[in-house]
Design a binder for this molecule. Structure first.
Ligand code: HGY
Ligand code: MN
Ligand code: MN
Length: 408
């Protein structure tokens, strides 16, 4: 049994039209109108395949393909939301490959022992609301739902997750913990250069590295660029620039450490005014839990010292604290078996990016399948994966799910 390659590629192109940018990329920020249109599009596709559809309290979308019994319940999927400079594959590929696997099972009239759930998780990217992996976090930790609903939009603090879910009609009534999943499998582009560089076709992902997001608002003093002596300045912008350089050095001294300052907001952001206030969110990642903690401690120590030396104060809010997550060895082996059964070259690897699978691993056996990203590019409009790799990945997903759902 193989998936229908043309249908998968056509669906990927059709979905990429929703939120299409003029430069070939895609922008479908979570809970925006573009996200709603993509959700409506997916819902119709799920209904066309006679899936039993559910929307939960955080807007996660489920399409259930019933087998002889509801258990074991094998879930797969990913996310339709993108970052601002998104591509056609991050998230979309995992959802549409799952849809294609179900279509293929339907066409072959396969009756499975257990059932299959295709999931589109809300706000995986965290580009508009923190934390990222929000929908899957709510499924794995329902006690956080109220706090997550109140998460304010980065671009307009009068909007929060709940108000935006209501606005787009995806504040569902299904409970976030309504299903007990046996497995969760996520097919995703690697978003890095490893598989391509090593000329491999499949990644069997056995761990997702830890992620910390911390927001700092630095308070200095607005001053005239032409009349204020350097010694008299309380320059919040200088503190942030120094911090960025420090973080780059930190990446070099702590093994496996990655530091990024992707979000910076100056106020008043005027050419001839010394910045009064600067908001940043720093993204620290490491596959080692202790080293990640160490990196954060060193960053905070530096921030304290550099702020004091420039008479700048700061507020600090922890937005994300996700430790590294190991995946199910049993499922990693099932992925390897599927890949070798298709004569594909594969390796075990760590995921540098965060994914919904790392949340689902808290409540069921989870693992991920990667395919190569050309030049390792992602979160960039030039994100691309070869059709052959897209098709291979979907067939590995098909074979792995078929094994899990029938002889668990
Ligand atoms: O941040 C991440 O790694 C993911 O893209 N949300
Ligand atoms: Mn993703
Ligand atoms: Mn992403």
């Amino acid at each position: 049994m193989q998936i229908n390659s043309t249908r998968l590629l056509d669906n990927l192109s059709e979905l990429a039209e929703i939120g299409a940018r003029t430069d070939g990329g895609v922008c479908r920020l979570a809970l925006t109108d573009e996200d709603k249109i993509s959700r409506d599009w997916l819902l119709k596709k799920m209904q066309d395949l006679n899936l039993e559809t559910h929307i939960d309290e955080i807007g996660n979308m489920y399409g259930i393909r019933k087998g002889k019994s509801l258990q074991p319940l094998i879930a797969f999927g990913s996310h339709l939301d993108t970052v601002t400079t998104g591509g056609k594959y991050d998230g979309s590929y995992g959802v549409l490959a799952g849809l294609e696997v179900i279509n293929t099972l339907n066409e072959n009239e396969i009756v499975t022992d257990g059932s299959i759930a295709l999931i589109n998780f809300t706000n995986e990217e965290g580009a508009r609301f923190a934390p990222d992996m929000m929908g899957s976090l709510a499924v794995s930790k329902p006690e956080l739902l109220k706090e997550i609903w109140e998460s304010k939009s980065f671009d307009n603090e009068s909007l929060n997750v709940k108000s935006e879910l209501q606005r787009i009609g995806y504040l569902g009534d299904a409970k976030v913990n309504q299903f007990s999943f046996t497995n969760y499998l996520e097919l995703h582009i690697e978003q890095g250069p490893i598989l391509e560089n090593e000329k491999l076709q499949i990644g069997a992902v056995e761990l997702v590295q830890g992620i910390y997001w911390t927001e700092y608002v630095f308070h200095g003093a607005a001053a005239h660029a032409g009349t204020t002596p350097i010694s008299a300045r309380k320059d919040a912008g200088l503190v942030v620039s120094s911090l960025n350089l420090f973080l780059r050095k930190l990446s070099g001294v702590i093994k496996g450490q990655l530091c990024t300052m992707g979000l910076i907001e100056y106020y008043p952001n005027v050419v001839n005014v010394v910045p009064e206030r600067v908001k940043v969110i720093i993204d620290l990642r490491n596959p080692d839990k202790e080293l990640l903690k160490q990196a954060q401690e060193k960053a905070d120590q530096y921030i304290k010292e550099i702020s004091e030396s420039h008479q700048v104060s700061f507020d600090r809010v922890e937005k994300v604290r996700f430790d590294p997550v190991p995946f199910s060895q049993e499922m990693v082996e099932a992925i390897e078996k599927s890949a070798s059964g298709l004569n594909l070259k594969f390796k075990r690897m760590v995921s540098g990016a965060g994914h919904d699978a790392q949340m689902m691993a808290a409540i069921c056996k989870a693992a991920m399948i990667f395919i190569p990203s050309i030049n390792g590019i992602s979160h960039n409009v030039k994100e691309y994966s070869n059709p052959e790799d897209l098709i291979n990945g979907a067939n590995v997903l098909l074979n792995t799910v078929a094994t899990l759902v029938s002889n668990v």
